[in-house]
Ligand binder design. Structure first.
Ligand SMILES: [Zn+2]
Length: 233
């Protein structure tokens, strides 16, 4: 067996390993888990934000209620209005004050109503999201278990392939293996591909004259463009 043949055999087995890795990465189990984790992360952030919002809204409501009470108290001054008027006080002045106070109270009431509505809506959103989040956390645990199970299965498959790979590699020169593994880590695959009409059959880039000559003597050249190893088939 030539070096190229050995390396091709290695690559063929290596492709099985890649397939197993891809199967795990693109599995429904992994997608489900990723979605659940994403949901829980975002929901938790939103719940925290709503919690903070609830505190601010409550504090504002408390202030408004205080203000309402204060303004209401000023109405007490009008209790002795009859006496004041009998004493010759200006009724126009009191009428104007009363109208102003009543307008102020009305405005505070409106603010309180709007705020109460906002608090209610915020609480409802919190409750709904909290319930959903709890359900998703539970579901996420099931997804996690399913993914771990699949991962363990794939690991077993990988180990069998890796043992076979080690066996094949033991017959290949370490220098060649080093080059192959370096390209493998760069996510180039397949690493070894045949020449086709003087070009790299993977990316179509034309080989140099020297490269073509080297191929004729049974050597391997690197494609200038995609950096794969090219051999004469
Ligand atoms: Zn190429």
């Amino acid at each position: 067996m030539t070096n190229v043949e050995k390396l091709l055999k290695y690559q063929e087995e290596d492709e099985k390993l890649l397939t197993v890795e891809r199967e795990l990465a693109s599995s429904q189990e992994r997608k489900n888990l990723a979605q659940a984790v994403n949901f829980v992360t975002k929901a938790t952030e939103r719940l925290e934000a709503l919690d903070g919002k609830a505190l601010t809204l409550s504090a504002t409501l408390e202030e408004l209620n205080k203000k309402y009470a204060e303004v209401s108290e000023t109405l007490a001054e009008f209790e002795n209005l009859d006496e004041l008027l009998e004493g010759g006080a200006d009724i126009t002045f009191y009428k104007k004050s009363l109208a102003q106070i009543s307008e102020k109270l009305k405005s505070i009431k409106q603010e309180v109503a709007a705020l109460t509505k906002a608090i209610k809506e915020s609480n409802e959103e919190f409750q709904t999201l909290y319930t959903k989040n709890r359900a998703m956390q539970k579901q996420g645990k099931e997804y996690q278990e399913a993914y771990e199970k699949l991962k363990a299965e794939k690991r077993k498959e990988s180990e069998v392939i890796k043992a076979e790979l080690a066996k094949i590699a033991s017959d290949i020169s370490p220098e060649v293996m080093k080059g192959y593994m370096s390209k493998r880590s760069e996510r180039i695959f397949p690493i070894l591909c045949p020449e086709k009409a003087g070009r790299c059959s993977k990316c179509g880039s034309e080989l140099s004259l020297a490269g073509k000559e080297k191929l004729l003597t049974g050597g391997v050249v690197e494609c200038d463009n995609c950096h794969r190893y090219i051999f004469k088939p």
